[in-house]
Design a binder for this molecule. Sequence first.
Ligand code: HEC
Ligand code: HEC
Length: 231
Amino acid sequence: MDLLSPLVLTLTLVAANNDDVRAGRHLFNDPGLGTHGVACANCHATVADENADGDGLIRSGHTLYGAAQRPFWRGDRDRKVHENLSTAVDVCSELFQGSPPLKGQDRLQLHAYLASLGGSAKTRPIEIQPSLESDLNYDRPKYKTGRPKQGRALFYQSCHGCHPNGGAGIAPAVLALPIARVIEKLREGNGLLRGKQVAGEWSPFFGKDRLSDQQAADIAAWIVSQETKAP
Ligand code: HEC
Ligand code: HEC
């Protein structure tokens, strides 16, 4: 019995850990977590290489593979604001999901899941690549040469989840909007990157490594081409 107890204890801990990871995975995929109806999984993949192993969707946020091993988050090199991964996650809960920061058991379980995704001590921080135009004017020639056919595919990969078929879903309809407005929202989301979040808005931004200027133009071209089908 004396010999067995450490084994039993270890097994119990492993089992508890697996339970935490499983519960954390459910939280990660739960659109009911906040009031906006959007899950972490809507905006973040969990695979190491999205091109090779992804599901084909283009999400606004980067993959969270290795996130627990990153040296810092959200560009906070000195970890002054985001001391650990959980405080970095809190921003998304509040800003994007309309949820108070997760507490207690939920917080630990979500962390256990993120830590289980993998990564190593050599994991590098991610760099957000905002693509705001210098004068915040998106009425530019480069956004007017989009290709609707490519844009349709890209729209379904990156926007359809929240704007189903371009109509209203958990977010409002986008059909019939001018190109400059489409690009502005795609690049700025709720205005946070501009340093000014629009009250009540929560849409995410897509940096240029998520969607290039050409791809953004393609999406806008498809949306505009659908104008007559607006509800
Ligand atoms: C509506 C979209 C959206 C939702 C929902 C969302 N995020 Fe994010 N998240 C982003 C964007 C955009 C960024 C900034 C770009 C980036 O860092 O990938 C970000 C950044 C992060 C970062 C910082 C990454 C780093 O290393 O700097 C973490 C960690 C994170 N999110 C975790 C989560 C978790 C966990 C959830 C669910 C509780 C969540 N996010 C929900 C869009 C979202
Ligand atoms: C995670 C959900 C989500 C995704 C993905 C998303 N949006 Fe949105 N979008 C919103 C929300 C929510 C709003 C309402 C305004 C706000 O809260 O910022 C919105 C508003 C907009 C608007 C402004 C509508 C208006 O009436 O002026 C445009 C344009 C837009 N989105 C374009 C896009 C495009 C293009 C994509 C894909 C590249 C996209 N969105 C992906 C959530 C999303």
